[in-house]
Design a protein. Structure first.
Length: 261
């Protein structure tokens, strides 16, 4: 029996990267999947590919807009019949010194990365409560656990996701709803590569190489390595796990390396 047989999962940011990889593994494990992305074309491409494994629908939505989020939840239930799993995965981020950061850049990052998680939970929770339970997962970051130069807005948002996850776990355990988050390290995705768009191509490549080298395993992670953790946390294998921030970073945060002597 597949791990998610009979479940309906809604995954934001499902058109690429970690979200796309998670859509694929959830589909293979028996879930019906709502692929949500701000880019409707990418969502449709993924949903069409999933059709060989399961029932999948593509939904275009901006997770920072309440009306879009309410619609994506309602459309998921109308088209797939229920909502058992919500994975708040959509996110953005780009490094910048705080004193050079515009208010618009700050607001956009917090709106997508933190408010988007709030809105997803806000509209999914009543449905899960009525259904008698569910699993909520969110993508936080190791930068929500520790600081990183030039990522003040992103660190603030992801730390907020971790704290909010703990409160949701406390408030909704009585409804048999579990809430957890994953804190990825440096993952090789289109989004992570685009985060350095302000740099020259040479400096961007150097930044990616340095980031990968800070992990004890001396490499970047791959999206499917996060998606497998997501599958575990949203399945019954994790039935006694809630309120946790699970770090998946190749050893990035275990300690600071001394320079080679």
């Amino acid at each position: 029996m597949a791990k998610l047989d009979g479940k309906v999962a809604l995954i934001t940011g499902g058109g690429s990267g970690i979200g796309e990889a998670t859509c694929e593994v959830f589909a293979r494990e028996g879930a019906k999947v709502a692929v949500v992305d701000w880019n409707e074309g990418r969502a449709k491409t993924v949903a069409e590919r999933l059709a060989q494994h399961t029932t999948a629908v593509a939904i275009a939505a901006n997770v920072a807009i309440a009306a879009d989020v309410e619609r994506m939840v309602g459309e998921t239930i109308a088209r797939l019949g229920a909502l058992d799993i919500l994975y708040n995965n959509a996110g953005i981020g780009s490094p910048q010194l705080l004193h050079l950061m515009s208010e618009a850049d700050w607001d956009r990052t917090l709106d997508v990365d933190l408010k988007g998680v709030f809105l997803g939970c806000r509209y999914a929770l009543p449905e899960m409560m009525a259904r008698g339970g569910g699993a909520i997962l969110s993508t936080a970051s190791i930068f929500g656990v520790e600081g990183s130069p030039q990522w003040a807005h992103y660190c603030a948002a992801k730390a907020g996701v971790i704290a909010m996850t703990k409160v949701i776990a406390m408030d909704y355990a009585q409804y048999k709803i579990r809430a957890n988050c994953i804190c990825p390290g440096v993952i090789d995705t289109r989004g992570s590569r685009g985060a350095f768009r302000r740099l020259t191509p040479e400096d961007a490549e150097r930044a990616r190489r340095i980031g990968a080298g800070m992990a004890m395993l001396n490499r970047s992670g791959q999206p499917d390595e996060i998606s497998k953790t997501a599958l575990f946390l949203c399945s019954d294998d994790a039935s006694f796990i809630t309120g946790q921030a699970i770090i998946v970073d190749g050893g990035y945060t275990v300690g600071h390396r001394m320079p080679e002597i």
